[in-house]
Design a protein around this ligand. Structure first.
Ligand SMILES: Cc1cn([C@H]2C[C@H](O)[C@@H](COP(=O)(O)OP(=O)(O)O[C@H]3O[C@@H](C)C(=O)[C@@H](O)[C@H]3O)O2)c(=O)[nH]c1=O
Length: 187
């Protein structure tokens, strides 16, 4: 696999390393050793599939609180998505910043989402399927979300979504943690 770290540390774009022959190609899409070599320890505890008949469907932006923080490995298996993550690690130099990556079924490209990031996607075509493995179990009481159009984050989506769940339309305003005056003075 070919790992490219993004400007949000710990988040990787991962391309498959194709071994082609007359039948097509073979490639790994996950490998414990290769992930560990990039500092990623990700026991896949659950794998999910998300089917989206309509272009413009938006799911997100989701995360789970400790101790159920999840890493996720996202892949589009039919159609195309604009996949977005937001760094929610308060101690991070890129806290509050977002990153968007187009993932298409034909590119086989994946996005690795570190723990303590919000994640969501917008479907770019009809009949888009997304498969992803996650490193923690589903913990409904620890689920949190921020709105796709939260003014504190200002994600630039390629176009306005046409279908967003009731839950995702009503996530509360996100409050960026402002470093304390004391911490700012000591910088
Ligand atoms: C995520 C999840 C949902 N569910 C149930 C809850 C609900 O009845 C139904 C649909 O749930 P949601 O509306 O939360 O589904 P969805 O909006 O597709 O949620 C997903 O969005 C993407 C962007 C992510 O990153 C995922 O981690 C996950 O949060 O499925 C489970 O049973 N297990 C799960 O792991």
């Amino acid at each position: 696999m070919i790992f490219t770290e993004t400007e949000l540390s710990g988040a990787f774009i991962i391309d498959v390393d194709r071994m082609a022959d007359e039948r097509g190609f073979f490639a790994r899409s996950w490998c414990e050793d290769e992930f560990a070599a990039h500092g990623i320890l990700m026991p896949p505890l659950q794998a999910n599939v998300s089917s989206n008949p309509k272009r413009g469907t938006l799911r997100g932006m989701h995360y789970q609180l400790a101790p159920y923080e999840e890493t996720k490995l996202i892949r589009c298996t039919h159609g195309a998505i604009y996949d977005v993550i937001v760094d929610l690690r308060e101690e991070s130099a890129t806290y509050g910043q977002w990153l968007g990556v187009e993932l298409t079924a034909s590119s086989f490209r994946m996005l690795f989402v570190p723990a303590r990031f919000a994640h969501g996607f917008l479907t770019l075509t009809d009949n888009t399927d997304v498969c992803y493995q996650v490193s923690a179990k589903y913990a409904p009481g620890s689920e949190r979300g921020l709105r796709w159009n939260d003014p504190a984050i200002r994600i630039q989506w390629p176009f306005e979504p046409v279908l967003v769940s009731e839950k995702d339309r009503h996530h509360p305003d996100f409050r960026l943690m402002i470093p304390s005056a004391e911490a700012q003075l000591s910088e």
